[in-house]
Ligand binder design. Structure first.
Ligand SMILES: C[S@@+](CC[C@H](N)C(=O)[O-])C[C@H]1O[C@@H](n2cnc3c(N)ncnc32)[C@H](O)[C@@H]1O
Length: 210
């Protein structure tokens, strides 16, 4: 694999100006995505799966929001999370996730818009690599809170600069002030791509829904 081609694919999704361009970028990347991420030592799914294991009992329905090719699905299944539903804005990524067979349902839905799920449908939601620049906005949390039942969990990563500078910290704190969720744990900042070039750090959060 050529590093320059991988860099171009990454650059394309980070420079998307709207959801259509973003979806097209991921559609095109879908065949190479997992190989690229694994070659960079993609660490965020392992940290998020650790948070799941710490907080979320394995018997409920879990929403993987921004499921991508379903990297998390195989890991969550091994940990005993059998009832997995995934959503993503890229049909190409969803198609790759379908091939894995780890998810009971996969739907095209857009975070930041209303989700086609009833209130309180899920025991927990998990999102990895989705709350980063030019991707899903902080308002996505309103719908994630709506579709997770009281006492359930929201586990997700946020890029650290995006957390501070693009409204995530403000939104997460305001949902806590409004009594919608309670922060249980915020990870230390860590390098999401340990074998790649230096990149921004990631944070992983666990919130319990009120
Ligand atoms: C870096 S990938 C992460 C995929 C997977 N969670 C993982 O860790 O491998 C980001 C994913 O988020 C999806 N995405 C970005 N913005 C989104 C949005 N607003 N709504 C739904 N999916 C979105 C992309 O299509 C892509 O599949």
């Amino acid at each position: 694999m050529h590093d320059s081609e991988r860099s171009e694919r990454l650059a394309r999704v980070y420079s998307a100006r709207n959801n259509q361009e973003l979806a097209e970028g991921y559609d095109e990347w879908s065949q190479e995505y997992e190989g690229d991420m694994i070659s960079l030592g993609y660490a965020t799914p392992a940290v998020a799966a650790g948070f799941m294991g710490r907080y979320v009992p394995p018997d409920g329905t879990i929403l993987d929001a921004g499921v991508g090719t379903g990297i998390l699905g195989d890991t969550l299944k091994v940990l005993g999370y059998e009832d997995l539903v995934g959503i993503d804005l890229s049909e190409g990524m969803l198609e790759k996730a379908r091939e894995k067979g780890a998810y009971r349902e996969l739907h095209r839905m857009v975070l930041g818009e209303r989700l086609s799920f009833d209130d309180d449908r899920f025991a927990a939601t998990i999102s990895v690599g989705v709350f980063t620049t030019g991707h899903a906005p902080p308002e996505s949390f309103d719908e994630l809170v709506r579709v997770v039942r009281s006492g359930g969990w929201a586990i997700f990563s946020v890029r650290d600069d995006v957390y501070r500078d693009e409204g995530f910290q403000e939104k997460q704190e305001s949902l806590e002030k409004e009594g919608k969720w309670r922060l249980a744990q915020m990870s230390d900042a860590f390098q999401p791509f340990p074998t790649g070039e230096t990149s921004h750090m990631n944070l992983v959060f666990a919130y319990q829904i009120s």
